[in-house]
Design a protein around this ligand. Structure first.
Ligand SMILES: Cc1ncc(COP(=O)(O)O)c(C=O)c1O
Length: 368
């Protein structure tokens, strides 16, 4: 099937996926931390099931659709995104009552919206105060602000103050050189813990973590759960910072060579609409070949990927197939219609139920 299927298509190596899950679960249980994987990386019910079966007690989502889909396989969901606008909150409140819903937020405005929606739905919701741990994207900036918002949550009927969350997305250096960044993060967190503790609002749940800091999560004090998602597949970025080795790369885009007309390059049918045009800084391209890491994807147009073959003797023929590891796996998966899950000789087509924005309606295909 892999030699005859239409390309480009995302391919996952199931034994590697299972091994990646096992590694995270083992690490977490060793350090007494819970793994609540972010599903934004895979958007797949089948992969979510593998994570839950391996020991993840719940899942993290960013969108109402992800929540609707994942509510069919878990009753413990964290929406790690400030939910604002449209009928997003109504969609969340319409999830089955069996789902323990938790939402992260960083403002009184969003809190008021959640309070209103929860009351209208007669539903109790756990809330995490999001703090900015250095990324500068969302999250409260000072311990005093966190104390104030946590106090507001505690005073809100139907809402439960569950703790705090943060995402240390600014730490993207090589795993072994994160000492200084982690020291800053520790200092920042201690200040929040002290202030919340002094106000009688010590967080019982602290949700943090990322794939780049995954194996150093135990060095972050107070962390009760981590949410890395990319670690299910890993990608070129993870390899570059040594959070994964080549043997952990579980996702690639299968592509076909369509032209050898211009010397020094091979052109494949995976362009930015299959790989995603996410640069890593500098001029180092958009991915590499799984079996020939020296061959880089030098440039992309929408349906063309240009492989630089100037530094190798390898000369593919038109029609040959290659597997490309993208810079950033999550955005590439999101461009696929489905994934081909490979286990030895066995290949299955796996849907990506949580892609897109619209309401989820389970179909026969999705319920497997
Ligand atoms: C809020 C939040 N939590 C967790 C994650 C997962 O982190 P990673 O992509 O490093 O696996 C992300 C990633 O974007 C995120 O935005």
């Amino acid at each position: 099937m892999l030699s005859t299927c239409e390309t480009p298509v995302g391919v996952i190596d199931l034994p590697r996926v299972r091994a990646n899950i096992e590694r995270v679960v083992t690490y977490c249980s060793h350090h007494g931390i819970t793994w609540r994987p972010h599903v934004k990386t895979h958007k797949s019910l089948r992969i979510a099931r593998l994570q839950l079966q391996a020991g993840a007690p719940g899942l993290t989502v960013a969108t109402p659709r992800e929540a609707e889909v994942m509510a069919t396989v878990t009753d413990d969901l964290l929406v790690a995104y400030p939910v604002v606008g449209g009928n997003k909150l109504e969609r969340l409140m319409a999830l089955p009552n069996s789902v323990r819903l938790m939402i992260g937020l960083d403002s009184s405005e969003v809190l008021a919206m959640v309070r209103h929606a929860a009351a209208a739905a007669n539903r109790s919701v756990r809330v995490l105060v999001e703090i900015d741990a250095g990324l500068g994207r969302v999250g409260l900036q000072t311990p005093a602000e966190a104390v104030r918002l946590a106090g507001e949550i505690r005073e809100s009927p139907a809402l439960e103050y569950a703790g705090i969350m943060f995402y240390p997305g600014q730490i993207r250096s090589h795993s072994s050189t994160q000492d200084a960044d982690l020291a800053v993060l520790r200092g920042l967190l201690e200040a929040f813990y002290d202030a919340l503790g002094a106000a009688g609002l010590a967080p019982s749940l602290v949700s943090g973590g990322s794939t780049p800091t995954l194996w150093r999560s135990h060095e972050i004090p107070g962390l009760t759960e981590i949410r890395p998602g990319t670690c299910i597949f890993f990608d070129r970025e993870g390899l570059a910072i040594d959070v994964a080795g080549p043997e952990h790369l579980a996702y690639s885009v299968l592509a076909t060579v369509v032209s050898m007309a211009v010397s020094g390059q091979a052109v494949v049918d995976a362009g930015s609409k299959a790989l995603a045009k996410e640069a890593r800084g500098g001029d180092d391209g958009f991915g590499f070949l799984l079996d020939r890491p020296e061959v880089l994807v030098r440039s992309l147009s929408e349906e063309h990927g240009i492989l630089d073959i100037s530094a190798t003797d390898w000369r593919p023929a038109v029609g040959d197939r290659v597997r490309i590891v993208p810079n950033h796996v999550c955005v590439s998966v999101n461009l696929q219609d489905h994934l081909l899950a490979v286990d030895g000789e066995h290949v299955e087509r796996w849907p990506l139920e949580a892609r897109g924005r619209g309401p989820y309606e389970a179909t026969g295909e999705n319920s497997n």
